[in-house]
Design a protein. Structure first.
Length: 388
């Protein structure tokens, strides 16, 4: 019996090494394909659109604002002979009519070019962090779900029929917050958990049609979603709507400390290398043997995803300790008895020690980064139509 178990373990290890170091280095030909990307106003979506155009991919770049379209056009000449073609589209993923209008435009352009849609990238998202659940109404939850969950659902309902024809791919931006809960992130976690569940179900259903579904679960990255001014406005807006009873329960100091703690945490944790996420996008779109899940970000790789596999008790304990040790002021509601002076000093000492201890660890991880390898071999697709 032990012998069979060892054989099985050897097979699993062999398969992992073969896939990671051999199969994931093979890419299909991307030139001439058509891809639709949402959320191209800024951040990951903007960078991905530019990256794809440079690879001679034709991109339907969906922007929420006209300003986003204008700035994207200014960076790229439409109809360039040497690169892919850019087709900017005004799109609101929370609006059914807007999504259907975008589908009609995409279908028309594909018909004119006698082409098929290779992939849908659900990149548009909303960083819905408002504060404790006591501060949130169902409106905050609906706002988050409407963009982060129902947005991808609407896009899939509209464009999956087109992707079935090409037996292409669907790539969706989720988050490590879709695998692990946290403090004061109720609306965001709820939406990200939901979109992960939807994509997991969709992956199984579309497999028989030859369509593959892939999920990105990044940690914290420094993009427009983490804009500090926008976050302050969200907190101020939600605080102004609270009842006097709730304001008294938490206190003005809690609100101010929540803003400062959030900003300190972002400055300490957020990764500036947003190209890492774009690399994962392109790998999922054109690798011959792509991964079903991608976890860019050191915090996702070494903390959030591993912790999500542990027991709930361990998760809660670790998350509570980490939050108490995080940079920024302590968050304690006014009605709760505050810590003693000795306890506060000890907590600050532990926080300083933990941050100092992390420095050599992070430097070690930096040299062990499991980045997406550059393509070395191009394998022509066997059953996909390439646009001319």
């Amino acid at each position: 019996m032990l012998e069979y178990i060892l054989y099985f373990l050897y097979f699993v290890i062999f398969y992992f090494l073969l896939k990671r170091f051999v199969l994931e280095h093979f890419y299909i030909e991307e030139s001439g394909k058509f891809v639709i990307v949402t959320g191209c106003d800024s951040g990951f979506g903007r960078l991905l659109a530019i990256r794809l155009l440079e690879k001679r991919v034709n991109v339907f770049a969906c922007c929420y604002t006209q300003q986003g379209i204008d700035s994207l056009i200014s960076k790229w000449r439409i109809g360039s002979n040497s690169k892919g073609k850019l087709f900017p589209i005004r799109l609101d993923v929370t609006n059914e009519e807007s999504v259907n209008s975008a589908k009609l435009e995409v279908t028309r352009i594909l018909s004119e070019n006698n082409a098929e849609l290779w992939a849908l990238v659900n990149n548009a998202g909303f960083f819905s962090i408002f504060g404790p659940d006591d501060w949130c109404s169902t409106n905050e939850y609906m706002m988050s779900l409407n963009v982060n969950t129902l947005g991808p659902v609407r896009m899939c309902h509209a464009f999956v029929p087109l992707i079935k024809k090409s037996k292409g791919r669907i790539v969706t931006m989720a988050s490590s917050a879709g695998r692990l809960h946290g403090l004061y992130v109720g609306p965001y976690c709820t939406a990200k958990y939901a979109v992960e569940g939807y994509m997991d179900c969709l992956r199984l259903e579309l497999r028989k049609f030859g369509v593959s579904v892939h999920i990105l679960e990044p940690g914290a990255f420094r993009t427009e979603l983490l804009n500090q001014d926008a976050q302050r406005q969200r907190i101020t807006g939600i605080w102004s709507k609270l009842s006097n009873e709730t304001k008294h329960e938490y206190g003005e100091d809690f609100r101010e400390n929540f803003e400062r703690s959030w900003e300190a945490g972002v400055n300490f944790v957020a990764n500036k290398n947003i190209q890492w996420v774009v690399d994962c996008y392109t790998h999922a779109l054109f690798c011959w043997w792509p991964r079903l899940r991608y976890t860019p970000g050191w915090d996702a790789i070494f903390m959030f995803i591993p912790l999500s596999l542990m027991s709930t008790y361990i998760q809660d304990t670790v998350l509570t300790v980490l939050y108490n040790l995080s940079p920024g002021p302590a968050l304690v509601p006014q009605v709760i008895k505050r810590k003693t002076k000795i306890g506060d000093n000890l907590l600050r000492l532990l926080s300083f020690g933990a941050q100092v201890a992390l420095i050599p660890v992070l430097y070690t991880f930096w040299f062990l980064k499991d980045s997406i390898p550059p393509k070395t071999t191009v394998v022509p697709p066997t059953n996909h139509t390439v646009a001319e």
